[in-house]
Design a binder for this molecule. Structure first.
Ligand code: ADP
Length: 347
C-alpha cells in the first residue's frame, strides 16, 4: 500500500476532526475524499503531508511508519485551493521554486525539468508570464507543475478547482486525470463536489464526521451506496422506509409496506418478515412505463436541465424525484423494476 492510516485520530481541543481512521491508498491510485464541509477531508490531507500530527494511531508510506516524519522528508507534493503562486515570479520561476529544496529527479538539469513539467501540464510558451496574466485553470496547472517538480511519490490536491467556474472545472479535471495517469502517481484528492469525485477517481471515500462511510469505486458508490448518508449525499436519490410483509418462495424478492402502498424489491440483502428496511431508487430508475410497483403521483415542480428534466412528484405527502425527457403535468403513474431498488439499512 502506498499510504496507510491505521487507527488515526486527530483532535483539536474538544473537536475530533478524524475519528479512528483506517484507510489504505494503493500505489498509482487516484483516491478521492468527498463529504460535506467539516467532515475531516482537509485534516486527512494535512496528516498525509505532515502538516499535522495524529493525536493517536499510525500513518505509513509503503509500509514505513512516517507518523513523526516532518513534511520536508515525506516526498509529497501539495496543491492548494488558492494556487499560492508567487505573483512577482514568472511561470518558469514558480515551477523552479519546487526544486529549491530538492534536485530534479533523473539527474536532469533544472531547466530541463521545468521544460518537461510545462510540457506535461500543457503550458509550453508561457514560461515568461506572470500568474496574473494566466486564467485560473492555467494558474492551477502551474501549481501542479511546481508540486510535481521534485518528483514526489504522492500528489495531494486540496479542492484545487473550487475557485474556478463550472466549465473550467470540467476541463481541468480531465487534464488533472490525464497527468495523473501519465505519471501513474499515487494521488489523494479532496473535494466537496460528489459529481467531481465520481468523475475523476479510481476509488472514493465518502466521509462523514471524521470517518469514511464507504470506500469504493465510483460506480459502486453510486449504484450500491453503503448507507443512507451515502445514498442521499451522492447524486439525486429516492430513499424510502418500509416494513417487510412477505418474502417470495424463491427468496429473490421481498414485499414491503411503504406508507399505504405495497412495493416489491429485489432481495439484495438478507431480509425477513417484520424487518424495517431503508432502500433507495435512483430518479432515472423511476419510470413512467414501468409495469412493476406502479403507483400514482402528482407533479409538484419541474426543473429543465437540458438533456433531461428533473421532476418532483408528490406521493403520499413525500417527494419523489424522477428524470424525464418530456415535460410532465398533473397526475402520472410511476413505478420501478424491483432490481433497481437497493437496500441501505435493515433494522
Ligand atoms: P473539511 O475539510 O471536510 O471541511 P476539516 O478537516 O477542515 O473538514 O475539519 C474537520 C473538523 O476539524 C471541523 O470540525 C473543523 O472545525 C475542525 N478543525 C480543523 N482544523 C482545525 C484547527 N486547526 N483547530 C481547531 N479545529 C479544527
Amino acid at each position: 500500500m502506498a499510504l496507510e492510516f491505521d487507527g488515526v485520530t486527530k483532535r483539536y481541543g474538544g473537536t475530533t476532526a478524524i475519528d479512528d481512521l483506517s484507510l489504505s491508498v494503493r500505489e498509482g491510485e487516484f483516491f478521492t475524499l468527498v463529504g460535506p464541509s467539516g467532515c475531516g477531508k482537509t485534516t486527512t490531507l494535512r496528516l498525509i503531508a505532515g502538516f499535522e500530527r495524529p493525536t493517536d494511531g499510525t500513518l505509513r508510506f509503503c509500509g514505513d511508519d512516517v507518523t513523526g516524519v516532518p513534511p520536508e522528508d515525506r516526498d509529497v507534493g501539495v496543491v492548494f485551493q488558492n494556487y499560492a503562486l508567487f505573483p512577482h515570479m514568472t511561470v518558469r520561476e514558480n515551477v523552479a521554486y519546487g526544486l529549491k529544496f530538492a534536485d530534479p529527479p533523473g539527474g536532469v538539469s533544472e531547466e530541463e525539468r521545468v521544460r518537461e513539467l510545462l510540457e506535461l501540464v500543457d503550458l509550453e510558451g508561457f514560461e515568461d508570464r506572470e500568474p496574473d496574466r494566466l486564467s485560473g485553470g492555467q494558474q492551477q496547472r502551474v501549481a501542479i507543475a511546481r508540486a510535481l517538480a521534485p518528483g514526489p511519490d504522492v500528489l495531494l490536491l486540496d479542492e484545487p478547482m473550487s475557485a474556478l467556474d463550472a466549465q473550467l472545472r470540467e476541463r481541468l479535471r480531465v487534464q488533472v486525470r490525464a497527468i495523473q495517469r501519465k505519471l501513474e502517481i499515487t494521488t489523494v484528492y479532496v473535494t466537496h463536489d460528489q459529481e467531481e469525485a465520481l468523475a475523476i477517481s479510481d476509488r472514493v471515500a465518502v466521509m462523514r464526521a471524521g470517518s469514511p462511510e464507504q470506500v469504493a469505486p465510483p460506480r459502486e458508490i453510486y449504484r450500491r451506496p453503503g448507507s443512507r448518508f451515502v445514498a442521499e449525499f451522492v447524486g439525486d436519490n429516492n430513499v424510502y422506509t418500509g416494513t417487510v410483509t412477505a418474502v417470495d418462495e424463491g427468496g429473490n424478492h421481498a414485499t414491503l409496506d411503504v406508507g399505504p402502498e405495497r412495493l416489491t424489491i429485489a432481495r439484495d440483502a438478507d431480509l425477513a418478515v417484520g424487518d424495517e428496511v431503508v432502500f433507495c431508487v435512483r430518479p432515472e430508475n423511476l419510470r413512467l412505463d414501468a409495469t412493476s410497483n406502479a403507483t400514482t403521483a402528482t407533479v409538484a415542480s419541474a426543473e429543465f436541465l437540458g438533456q433531461t428534466t428533473r421532476v418532483t412528484l408528490e406521493w403520499h405527502d413525500r417527494d419523489l424525484l424522477v428524470r424525464t425527457r418530456d415535460p410532465l403535468s398533473g397526475q402520472v403513474t410511476v413505478g420501478f423494476d424491483p432490481a433497481d431498488a437497493h437496500v441501505v439499512d435493515v433494522r
